[in-house]
Write a protein that binds this ligand. Structure first.
Ligand code: NAP
Length: 277
């Protein structure tokens, strides 16, 4: 991780009770160049057994998790005063509004420097099996909710953006956890066999949202970008994925730490390489 996080006072991560979200909180908490506050949000932070999302990979029969759960997040917050657990169901406007109030009461006029829209779901579905209900559920969680969360935290991001110059997490940034599966250009050719209609289209929509936000918020100095974490061994990525959570978040956090004007409105992977939309 580069020095970027030492210049960033606050980070908020959605879906931080397991998978990549939790690992980002762990990495940030132990880093020497850590922000003053890490808001680790989860819809049911106290319940390690909560399991509602459907995953790209078939579920493991006994519902055992590949990645650690909220118990670890609770332990982390108990042992590290910089980590604040906030309840946030990204699909509930009431929950979003309450979370904004809680964060506001802690950061005050400083605002929020970095919002990471990480929470998402994946429901498998080929043409033969995809349903309208599944499409709507995945769109809600993966595209609509990140927009609503960003809208609600905008006053705090704007407050943080009033200080400093240039762009990056020293000022204000929105990072949308996307996926190469959302790239329209990459979804072409004989080697592409993975369909997942709902997930792919929801991430393509998230990418478009990222560009819309980037255009609109540029003048106010709020950086917006979409980030692909690689194929990772989480509940969503499954056990055969190529990267460990540690490998992925190490790259993801390095990219976020080094964000500047040149990355605004871009789609990148965890190595900082530009991906085609
Ligand atoms: N793993 C990969 O290979 C991969 C590849 C490309 C992109 N990504 C993206 O990276 C991000 C993290 O993925 P992951 O692999 O860590 O997934 P994961 O292990 O399935 O974790 C998903 C997280 O999102 C949370 N979540 C889902 N719906 C929510 C809601 N309504 N409100 C609040 N939290 C909610 C889950 O909380 P609960 O425990 O409450 O369900 C969980 O904490 C996602 O945006 C994903 O699309 C992952």
């Amino acid at each position: 991780m580069s020095g970027g996080f030492s210049t960033c006072r606050s980070v908020l991560i959605t879906g931080a009770n397991r998978g990549l979200g939790l690992q980002m909180v762990k990495d940030l908490a132990k880093s020497n160049e850590r922000p003053d506050r890490v808001f680790a949000t989860a819809r049911k932070p106290a319940d390690a057994k909560y399991l509602e999302s459907a995953y790209l990979q078939p579920k493991i029969s006994n519902c055992a998790r590949i990645s650690p759960t909220s118990e670890e997040l609770q332990d982390l917050a108990r042992s590290n005063s910089r980590v604040h657990i906030i309840t946030l169901d990204v699909n509930s406007q009431t929950s979003i509004d309450t979370a904004v109030q809680e964060v506001t009461s802690l950061v005050g006029n400083e605002g929020l420097n970095c919002l990471i829209n990480n929470a998402a779901i994946a429901i498998p579905g080929e043409l033969e099996t995809v349903t309208a209900d599944n499409m709507m559920k995945v769109f809600e969680s993966n595209a609509v909710s990140p927009l609503m969360v960003t809208k609600a935290f905008l006053p705090l991001l704007r407050a943080a953006a009033t200080r400093g110059s240039g762009m990056g997490i020293h000022r204000a940034a929105v990072v949308n956890m996307s996926s190469s599966l959302g790239s329209i250009q990459l979804n072409w050719g004989p080697d592409v066999t993975f369909r997942a209609y709902a997930y792919r289209t929801s991430k393509a929509a998230l990418n478009m949202l990222t560009r819309c936000l980037a255009r609109q918020l540029e003048a106010e100095g709020v950086l917006c970008m979409a980030l692909h974490p690689g194929w990772v061994r989480t509940d969503m990525g499954g056990p055969t994925a190529t990267l460990s959570v540690e490998e992925s978040t190490s790259g993801v956090l390095s990219v976020i730490a080094g964000l500047s004007e040149k990355d605004h409105g871009q789609f990148q992977n965890y190595k900082g390489e530009t991906l085609p939309w």
